[in-house]
Design a protein around this ligand. Structure first.
Ligand code: 8YV
Length: 337
């Protein structure tokens, strides 16, 4: 009888879903939420056929150097900047992600953050909880309207399109910029107009970032880009922290170059730049855009399906995995999309 394949699950997920892996594999499950360094990941991968990982686990050439049996890495997440896909592919290792299942939930949250920034929701709550609400003030905590304003979307993949569709209900004009312009029927469906990068930054009343992170868009939102924005505008980031130069953003928020911002993602997660923490005109959330119970379960379900399929195990072996293919990034992962 052939030996059972072995898989590593890097974080506690949903036990009842991960249990499906036990039907096919010997499972090494990390029991506690953990920060794994490179050496720990390398050690965990050394002896397994597959791995289920999250954005916390960086898997690149160094981590797979001694993983001679490794054939599949299933990422629980649509964004996969934690994986060096080229290095995995060079070794014939399949990499998969979880597109689609989180699109609407993440778009909901992007909209919620944008509204919170525009209407100063968390700032107002802090004001109230601190006992500073001494009497009703007609001019207190005034914000900006969403309805009738111009929404800018940078990165028009599935999540960007979801945000654009929601904007119709708020009677917003939608401008977008993407590496590739969308086909006319999708633009029509999203009621979105394509503009260049500079125009997007100059015209948006509310700008939302939903583009995938890569070396080429590291700090694409820097001091120069922020300087193009209207001082009354808001900026929301639900993509990846590295897209925004946080020092430049803190400067812009502190000196009135930008009205407010909302961030769900940070460069040094889970550490947050203390300058951002000190500002009132920013909404900060701990990377929870896809975090509805149903969606997080669906993500784990899909990642488990992907791992089973990629390792050709059991009755689900015919299920096509959602592989990450290099060179088709726009088609496969349009947002953190
Ligand atoms: C996930 C995300 O929670 O899917 C993504 O790209 O950023 C989040 O929705 C995260 O990736 C979990 O690993």
């Amino acid at each position: 009888m052939s030996e059972r394949q072995k898989v590593w699950v890097s974080q506690p997920l949903f036990d009842d879903i991960v249990a499906r892996l036990h039907d096919h594999f010997d499972v090494v499950q990390v029991p506690e939420v953990s920060e794994h360094d490179s050496a720990t990941i390398a050690a965990a991968l050394r002896d397994v056929d597959g791995a289920l990982v999250t954005l916390n686990e960086r898997v690149g050439a160094k981590e797979i150097a001694e993983a001679s049996k490794l054939r599949a890495v299933a990422n629980v997440g649509v964004g996969y900047n934690n994986l060096d896909v080229a290095a995995l592919h060079a070794r014939g290792i399949v990499a998969t992600n979880t597109p689609d299942v989180l699109t609407e939930t993440t778009a909901d949250f992007g909209f919620a953050l944008m509204m919170a920034a525009a209407r100063r929701v968390t700032e107002a709550e802090r004001h109230l909880r601190a006992g500073k609400w001494q009497g009703w003030n007609f001019k207190g905590l005034l914000g900006a309207d969403l309805h009738g304003s111009t929404l800018g979307i940078l990165g028009m993949g599935r999540i960007g399109q979801g945000i654009a569709r929601r904007a119709s209900g708020f009677d917003m004009r939608v401008l977008y910029h993407n590496r590739t312009r969308l086909p006319a029927d999708i633009e029509r469906d999203c009621r979105a107009e394509y503009v260049d990068f500079d125009m997007l930054f100059a015209r948006a009343d509310h700008l939302v970032l939903v583009l995938p992170y890569s070396a080429e868009n590291h700090h694409i939102v820097d001091a120069a880009a922020l300087a193009k924005m209207q001082p009354t505008a808001t900026l929301t980031n639900i993509a990846r922290g590295g897209i925004v130069d946080e020092t430049a953003l803190a400067d812009a928020l502190a000196n009135g170059r930008l009205a407010s911002a909302a961030l769900d993602v940070f460069e040094g997660e889970p550490t947050v730049n203390p300058r951002l923490l000190a500002l009132d005109n920013i909404v900060l959330t701990p990377h929870i855009a896809s975090g509805s119970l149903a969606t997080r379960r669906a993500m784990v379900d899909l990642a488990v399906d992907n791992l089973i399929a990629a390792l050709g195990a059991g009755p689900d072996a015919g299920h096509p995995p959602t592989p990450i293919s290099t060179g088709t990034k726009d088609a496969k992962r349009p947002g953190t999309a």
